[in-house]
Design a protein around this ligand. Structure first.
Ligand SMILES: [Zn+2]
Length: 156
């Protein structure tokens, strides 16, 4: 089989793209939420220290309105560094899931996180790994909810 490799190209070093930031993750998750909720485009997402809570969506159920998403900036930097961009998008996909459901359950929010990742063509595994590391006993149900969201939105 001499000559079988004649068409191979020499390996070239990968050119790294610009590093993606927490703000990029917010904007990506927002863009998917905006497909379901035009008002979501205007919802403020701000970094504030939130001891114990890491990321939170605030909604006013009586006024049927989402108010803001707050997150711990230091924790998000850690997520980005240790789990990568897709995991950061998953976190904000989850929070926008709460916004869309005006609260909703953790599983509903995780389903939307999966849908967000699938819609953007991102791997859901890093976000699932994050859930397994941070959410204790109910982590497997949450990972299943992410997978269900991926399944619902993978083809759109
Ligand atoms: Zn949640």
């Amino acid at each position: 089989m001499a000559g079988a490799f004649v068409g191979c190209q020499p390996l070239r070093p990968a050119v790294p793209g610009p590093a993606r930031t927490v703000d990029d993750a917010i904007n990506a998750a927002r863009s998917v939420a905006a497909m379901a909720c035009a008002e979501c485009v205007a919802i403020p997402v701000v970094a504030v220290p939130i001891p114990g809570d890491l990321a939170v969506a605030f909604v006013n159920e009586s006024e049927q309105a989402a108010i803001a998403i707050h997150y711990d900036g230091e924790w998000m930097d850690t997520v980005l560094r240790r789990y990568g961009y897709a995991a950061a998008v998953g976190v904000f996909g989850h929070e926008f899931g709460h916004v869309l459901a005006l609260g909703g359950s953790e599983l509903e929010a995780d389903r939307w996180a999966g849908c967000t990742l699938a819609t953007l063509g991102l791997d859901a595994y890093p976000f699932s790994a994050l859930l397994l590391a941070f959410t204790g006993l109910d982590a497997e149900a949450r990972v299943d909810a992410v997978a269900a969201g991926v399944g619902e939105c993978a083809s759109r």
